[in-house]
Write a protein that binds this ligand. Structure first.
Ligand code: ADP
Length: 190
């Protein structure tokens, strides 16, 4: 199995690159952001609670997203592999993911981190906010808060995979095709 963690701050291009990777490697895409937004659309209890946090740019509790991932792994037992996008976002989430995958006798193959500086991220997210309709993309202060959450809680996840020798950083600024090629090279090497 090929299990990829696509890592990077909000606006780094994880969604864009995920689409290309899914098509290329036939992987199942698991984006906790997308899963949460679909809970919100369906008006579930979980969605209502998550929305209050997401609208403030704050992470939802670990057990909520871990539970969603657990369900999806169960649903897709015959998958060729997974792309984890927006997950794990904290070290406890990364630890939980290792335990879950071990239950299926598999593991994370590699984490690819897209590196983009904060000025570029803010610019991209504000542009995305004009068309995506996502409330968390439409206000600069909220975007800064998300980047802050990323720096405080999510950035340490890179160290977690580095200590397993699975961390690969890639420059996330440039042509989409070039970035995609670099990601594929890291995957092939892993
Ligand atoms: P972004 O485009 O900012 O990377 P996502 O679409 O992945 O955002 O997620 C949007 C919001 O959903 C986050 O700001 C956070 O509140 C919540 N969220 C998504 N994934 C997670 C996660 N793994 N853990 C906690 N909160 C999450």
């Amino acid at each position: 199995m090929l299990n990829l963690v696509l890592f990077g701050p909000p606006g780094a291009g994880k969604g864009t690159q995920s689409e290309k990777l899914i098509a290329h490697y036939r992987l199942v895409h698991l984006s906790t952001g997308d899963l949460l937004r679909s809970e919100i659309r369906e008006g579930t209890e979980l969605g209502l609670r998550a929305k209050m946090l997401m609208d403030q740019g704050i992470l939802v509790p670990d057990e909520v997203v871990i539970g969603m991932i657990e369900n999806k792994l169960k649903e897709h037992q015959s998958a060729a592999g997974f792309i984890f996008d927006g997950f794990p976002r904290t070290v406890p989430q990364a630890e939980a993911l290792d335990l879950l995958l071990a239950q299926y006798n598999t593991a994370i193959t590699v984490m690819v981190a897209l590196v983009v500086d904060e000025e570029e991220l803010t610019k991209r997210l504000l542009i995305r906010g004009q068309s995506s309709g996502r409330p968390d993309d439409q206000n600069e202060e909220l975007i800064r808060r998300r980047v802050q959450e990323y720096n405080n809680k999510t950035a340490p996840v890179a160290g977690y995979y580095e200590s397993q020798d699975k961390y690969k950083a890639i420059n996330g600024i440039g042509e989409i095709e070039e970035i995609f090629k670099s990601i594929c090279e890291q995957i092939e090497a892993a």
